[in-house]
Design a protein around this ligand. Structure first.
Ligand code: ATP
Ligand code: MG
Length: 266
């Protein structure tokens, strides 16, 4: 159970995100099996483990696209396990996808603007009654989206359709998109996958920049070099369970981790 003190929003050291005894079964298989951890405010926490360990399923549970079979999830001290993914975005939880799927025929700027929260333009009545307000919000959203495209070094492609992007550029567009909703924490699912070495450095730099602005990260990644360089702390999952926790160096030499990876490869 998540206790009352964990739920109260006053403690500066309170975790941004908490998973407690989270289980998710698919048929007979527990893809996530009794996993508990905290993500501390301001950290970059890594989540690693062999293919099929349950990492993406854990993200789906945290973000609300999959409901837990049992267990609890709290965001900034508020229990959110029963809330929709959309509601959790509004509470400051952003996530990127293992396989980004931008709208291919919309421009980059349009793709980023779509991720804005609480736009008056989405409400028909205010659109009708206060068109000036809608226009001002659109302009502000456009400026913010341009700033974010600048942050991820995609300004030169702002008016191109998203379909022209390489895999690596799509990962950067994802980062801009998720930032549009002003997240307190961002869950990144394999930001380095399919990314060339130069773009990888850009992604690492951008994650550092965004983290320096006070945004917390939970990062799934197979690229151990990236995990070692970025993560303050690393969690290891295997077969749905949390195996261990430590610095990247510590977990890399943990015999249970080595065994899990070797077992996965066999
Ligand atoms: N919707 C689903 N229905 C049935 N089984 C699922 C579903 N989603 C995931 N699984 C299963 O849960 C397990 C964990 O999968 P998951 O995608 O979470 O692993 P992962 O750690 O992200 O792996 P990878 O590193 O390959 O991305 C796998 O056995 C997978 O087949
Ligand atoms: Mg995955």
């Amino acid at each position: 159970m998540i206790t009352t003190s964990e739920r109260q929003g006053e403690d500066a050291h309170m975790p941004v995100l908490t998973a407690k005894n989270v289980v998710r079964r698919f048929g007979g298989i527990a893809a996530v099996n009794d996993v508990s951890f905290d993500v501390r405010k301001g950290e970059i926490l890594g989540l690693i483990g062999p293919n099929g360990a349950g990492k993406t399923t854990m993200f789906d549970l945290l973000a609300g696209s999959v409901a837990p079979s049992s267990g609890e999830i709290a965001l900034n001290g508020t229990l959110v396990s029963g809330e929709s993914a959309h509601r959790r975005i509004g509470r400051g939880l952003g996530r990127t996808f293992q396989i980004p799927r931008p709208f291919p025929n919309l421009t980059l700027i349009e793709n980023v603007m779509l991720a804005a929260q609480k736009q008056a333009g989405e409400r028909l009545l205010s659109n009708f009654l206060q068109p000036w307000k809608v226009a001002a919000e659109e302009k502000a959203a456009h400026e913010k989206a341009m700033d974010l495209l600048d942050l991820v070094k995609l300004t030169h492609l702002a008016d191109e359709p998203a379909r022209v992007l390489s895999g690596g550029q799509r990962k950067l567009l994802e980062l801009a998109r998720v930032m549009m909703a002003d997240p307190a924490i961002i869950l990144l699912d394999e930001p380095a996958a399919g990314v060339n070495a130069t773009l990888l450095e850009t992604i690492i730099d951008r994650i550092r920049d965004i983290n320096a602005r006070g945004i917390t990260f939970l990062l799934i990644e197979h690229n151990i070099d990236m995990v070692t360089r970025l993560c303050h702390r690393v969690l290891v999952m295997a077969s749905g369970q949390l195996l261990c926790e430590g610095t990247a160096e510590e977990v890399a030499r943990d015999p249970r981790v080595i065994e899990a990876y070797l077992g996965g490869a066999a």
